[in-house]
Design a protein around this ligand. Structure first.
Ligand code: ATP
Length: 393
C-alpha cells in the first residue's frame, strides 16, 4: 500500500507517525491552513532556527536581533501599504472590547516590526551603516487555498533580516546575502535550490529587485525563500531616517531583505532527506538529515530490556554522553528501550538519528559498545571513551 503513495503522502504520514507535524485541531477534523509541530518537528525546527541565528546574526559583527509584537498599532500596516495592497489577505482582528475596540491585523511578515522600531534601535545602539536586524517570528496570511502540507499555510514562521545600507552599496550587500542564503541551504541539507529573477510585474509592491530561491517540491517548483531589495520604501513610509555622524548628513537608508520561511525550510529539508533503500534484505525508510539539525544526534539502547545489568550500564552510558555532548553542544541524546532492537533502529532511522549505540554483554566485560551508522547500517565496536569523538566526526 505504502509503495503506491506519492512522496508527499509518505512525508505527511511519516511526520504524523513519528511526531513531527500534525494537522491542527485534528480531533475536530483539522483546520485548513494550520499545523502543529510535534516533539521531533519542534526540535528540528528549533535546530534550523538556531543555525539561522548563528549564520545570519551571531557570526557577524554588524547584526542585531529583535522580537517584536505580532499585533501592532494599525498605522504600522497601513503606512507600509499592506492594508491597501493585501486587504483581503491579512487577518483582521479586534483589539479591546465594545466601543473602545480597535481594528488591527495579524502581521503578514515580521519585517514591519523591525522598520517601525528603527529609531529605537539607532537611539539605543548608535550603529554605523551598514547594519542589520534579524527576527524570527510568526506571520499570518489568509491564503485563499492553503495547500501542500506546510508549504502554504495561514499561520507560518519567518526568519527575516532587514539589512540597512547606503543606497549606493545595496548591490554589494544583495550579493553577499545571496551567497549566505545559498550556503545556508547546503548547511541544512537542501542541495538543489534554483534562483529565479522575479520580473517587475511579479514583484511585491515594495521591491525593486527580488530573487526567489526555489525548490523542486513533488507538486512542482515553488518558492522556498526570497531575497528582496526593498529600497528606502519602508523607512520612508514610516517617516524614519538616519543621521550619518561622519558625513554629518541625514538620509533614509536602503534595505536588502533575505526572508526565509521556517516551515518551507522544514518541508524542503524533509523532502531532501527522505530516503528509501534496502537493508539486510528488508525495505526501509530513513531521513538522511544533516547531523547539525537532526532532532536526535545519538540514541542509546540496552540490547535487551529485561536484563537489569544491561539497562543500568546503558543508562550510565546515556547519562555520561548526555552530559559530555551538552557541554560540547551536540544536540540531543536519547535513551530508548522500547520494543526489540530492530524496531528501535527503524524508529531512529525514520527520525533521522545519525548514530545508535547499543550496550550488550561484551560491554560489561570490556567497556566497548556498538555504534551503528544510519546511512550504511554498519556497526562498529568502539570504546565508550571514544563515543563523543565518534558522534562528532
Ligand atoms: P508565495 O509567492 O509562495 O505566496 P510570497 O512571495 O508571498 O510566497 P514572501 O512574501 O516573499 O512570500 O514571504 C517570505 C517567505 O515566507 C517565503 O519565501 C516563504 O518561505 C514564506 N511564506 C510566505 N507565505 C507562506 C505561506 N502561506 N505558508 C508558508 N510559508 C510562507
Amino acid at each position: 500500500m505504502n509503495k503506491e503513495l506519492g512522496i508527499m503522502e509518505k512525508i505527511v504520514s511519516l511526520c504524523k507517525r513519528r511526531g513531527f507535524v500534525y494537522p491542527s485541531s485534528e480531533i475536530y477534523g483539522g483546520f485548513s491552513g494550520f499545523w502543529n509541530y510535534g516533539h521531533y518537528g519542534s526540535i528540528l525546527k528549533e535546530n534550523i532556527k538556531c543555525l539561522w541565528k548563528q549564520r545570519f546574526i551571531f557570526d557577524r559583527d554588524d547584526m542585531f536581533i529583535t522580537d517584536t509584537s505580532i499585533i501592532s498599532n494599525p498605522k504600522v500596516l497601513e503606512s507600509s501599504g499592506h492594508v491597501s495592497n493585501f486587504g483581503n489577505e491579512i487577518f483582521k482582528i479586534q483589539v479591546g472590547t465594545g466601543d473602545e475596540a480597535i481594528t488591527s491585523h495579524l502581521r503578514p511578515e515580521t519585517a514591519q516590526g523591525i522598520f517601525a522600531d528603527f529609531k529605537n534601535l539607532v537611539d539605543a545602539h548608535h550603529p554605523k551603516l551598514p547594519f542589520g536586524v534579524g527576527q524570527i517570528g510568526k506571520a499570518f496570511r489568509n491564503e485563499i487555498s492553503p495547500r501542500d502540507f506546510v508549504f502554504r499555510s495561514r499561520e507560518f514562521e519567518q526568519m527575516e533580516v532587514e539589512y540597512f545600507t547606503k543606497e549606493e552599496e545595496w548591490k554589494k550587500h544583495f550579493e553577499n546575502w545571496r551567497e549566505i542564503m545559498n550556503s545556508f541551504a547546503k548547511e541544512v541539507g537542501i542541495e538543489k535550490v534554483h534562483e529565479l529573477e522575479v520580473s517587475q510585474d511579479d514583484r511585491a509592491h515594495y521591491s525593486r529587485r527580488t530573487i526567489d530561491f526555489q525548490f523542486d517540491y513533488p507538486f512542482g517548483r515553488g518558492e522556498l525563500w526570497g531575497l528582496a531589495y526593498r529600497t528606502d520604501f519602508d523607512l520612508k513610509n514610516h517617516n524614519l531616517d538616519y543621521f550619518d555622524e561622519e558625513a554629518r548628513k541625514r538620509f533614509v537608508p536602503h534595505v536588502v531583505e533575505p526572508s526565509l520561511g521556517v516551515d518551507r525550510t522544514v518541508l524542503a529539508v524533509l523532502l531532501s532527506a527522505y530516503t528509501e533503500d534496502e537493508l539486510g534484505g528488508e525495505p526501509r525508510t530513513y531521513l538522511k538529515l544533516n547531523k547539525n539539525i537532526a532532532p536526535v544526534r545519538a540514541a542509546v539502547f540496552p540490547l535487551l530490556k529485561n536484563k537489569p545489568e544491561l539497562v543500568s550500564k546503558a543508562r550510565e552510558v546515556y547519562e555520561n554522553l548526555k552530559l559530555e555532548t551538552r557541554s560540547k553542544q551536540l544536540g540531543a541524546v536519547v535513551f530508548d528501550d522500547n520494543g526489540n532492537i530492530g524496531k528501535r533502529y527503524r524508529r531512529q532511522d525514520e527520525i533521522g538519528t545519525p548514530h545508535c549505540i547499543t550496550i550488550d554483554f561484551d560491554t560489561l566485560k570490556d567497556d566497548t559498545v556498538t555504534i551503528r551508522d544510519r546511512d550504511s547500517g554498519k556497526q562498529e565496536r568502539v570504546f565508550i571513551n571514544d563515543l563523543v569523538s565518534k558522534i562528532t566526526a
